[in-house]
Design a protein around this ligand. Structure first.
Ligand SMILES: Cc1ncc(COP(=O)(O)O)c(C=O)c1O
Length: 424
């Protein structure tokens, strides 16, 4: 990685940097106002007030009240808590591992998706049998950015509840959504969405990591997953993470205030990137629906190539991106999301997840596009050469120099061969 130029970070679905506004809001609560909000003296009571105020502000952003929220240590915990209301559930085939893992402990079925990662509504209807008491569907998928049609989904759920009522079937039907990725760029309102439970994730909206929230509608009864001092209505024991919630609320408010302008900015940047990859004639296969996709997502496959190698080569050039969900990618697992949309193993192996964020501007995106194109070209070239032919380093460097000179689309960018890549 270049020591002089900053990295070009294109993995905002994995983590977003802390916003300066959130950082400033949190600052007093580390050392100065450090008190335990449950303590009886005045300075601690002020901390309690600041905590409850932040909770109210966060809740207000999704059309809820502070009392409707339980603050958790991240989205995974929020999801695990939500699932305590479930005994027989339906989840989307493309859910994040945090949903899949907890659902796998109970009766569960997966709802199919189409080639864009959008819910198959017919399959959903067919699987929504009287025994199902819990449905979990992420509003936005974390690998494809697919935005699910919530009005249609909640209408199907409403009809099934109506049917159960008419038939005198007492089995409840709760609707949970993991809005980890959505909160950053979609205006969420719990009533409009028709959800009973909603998971929020601070780490994806430029807030601090390991902070999340669960919205709980008053009719839902949950069981604690950890026990102790009875904080958060007894559902999430443990001393409150005061700076964490305050940072989360500030970051989420900032995201909401700039939803439209941020979306527009990403639409333009993604357009630039797609055009660049297309005109570079490297045959990108863009994944996901062109319309029903979060604005900052640009997942793309280069069938026949090894995305792991591309990532490694690009990192050497200062571009950080991933193959899929950070947790699955780190375990080297094949993406269940890309398999669910029907991609072949070759297409999956050549897939990159590019997610833009506030750290990116046009200059960066153009440079990243040129670097990706150069890396893809270099890999294609390598694969087209006879497997046994080993190039001397000097000959290889000369050849790269001549590719650089020939190709006007690389913006003067050329992927340098490295020992690590050559040995991989
Ligand atoms: C859609 C989705 N759900 C849940 C999670 C889990 O979040 P955390 O690791 O912060 O608990 C993530 C994180 O990548 C995510 O993208």
């Amino acid at each position: 990685m270049s020591k002089t130029s900053p990295i070009i970070y294109l993995d905002h679905a994995a983590a977003t940097p802390l916003s300066p506004v959130a950082k400033q809001a949190m600052e007093p609560f580390w050392a100065q106002d450090f008190f335990n909000p449950s303590s009886p003296y005045l300075p601690a009571k002020r901390v309690r007030e600041a905590y409850e105020d932040a909770k109210n502000r966060l809740a207000h952003l999704i059309g809820a009240k502070g009392n409707d929220l339980v603050i958790t240590a991240g989205a995974t915990e929020s999801i695990n808590l939500a699932f305590t209301a479930a005994s027989n559930c339906l989840i989307l085939a493309t859910e994040h591992d945090s949903v899949r893992a907890v659902a796998s402990r109970i009766e569960h079925q997966e709802i199919a998706v189409n080639q864009y990662g959008l819910i198959d509504l017919e399959d959903f209807r067919a699987k929504l049998t009287p025994e199902v008491d819990f449905i979990s569907i992420a509003m936005v998928n974390n690998e494809l950015g697919a935005i699910q049609p919530f009005s249609q989904i909640s209408e199907i759920i409403r009809q099934e509840r109506q049917r159960r009522l008419g038939a005198g079937e007492p089995n409840p039907l709760f609707f949970h959504s993991d809005a980890s990725q959505a909160f950053n760029l979609i205006d969420l309102n719990v009533s409009r969405l028709g959800v009973d439970l909603l998971t929020l994730n601070s780490a994806k909206v430029y807030g601090p990591k390991a902070v999340g929230a669960l919205f709980i509608k008053s009719n839902v009864k949950l069981s604690p997953i950890q026990f102790g001092g009875g904080q958060e209505r007894g559902l999430r024991a443990g001393t409150e993470n005061v700076p964490g919630l305050i940072g989360f609320a500030a970051a989420a408010a900032e995201a909401k205030a700039h939803l439209k302008s941020n979306r527009q900015h990403y639409v333009e940047l993604v357009d630039i990137l797609k055009n660049q990859l297309q005109t570079a004639q490297i045959e990108p296969v863009f994944l996901g629906h062109p319309k029903h996709q979060l604005a900052n997502f640009c997942p793309v496959s280069f069938p026949g190539l090894d995305a792991e190698r591309l990532i490694f080569m690009l990192e050497e050039q200062g571009v950080c991106l991933s193959t899929g969900a950070a947790c699955s990618a780190s375990k080297g697992q094949k993406s269940h999301v890309l398999a669910a949309i029907g991609l072949s193993d070759t297409e999956i192996a050549g897939s990159l997840r590019i997610t833009l964020g506030l750290t990116n501007d046009q200059v960066q995106i153009e440079r990243a596009g040129a670097l990706i194109a150069a890396a893809v070209n270099q890999e294609r070239q390598r694969l087209s050469e006879p497997a046994t032919k080993v190039q001397a380093p000097k000959a290889q460097a000369d050849k790269q120099q001549s590719i650089k000179n020939q190709d006007p689309k690389t913006h003067g960018v050329n992927i340098q061969s490295t020992k690590k890549v050559a040995a991989a």
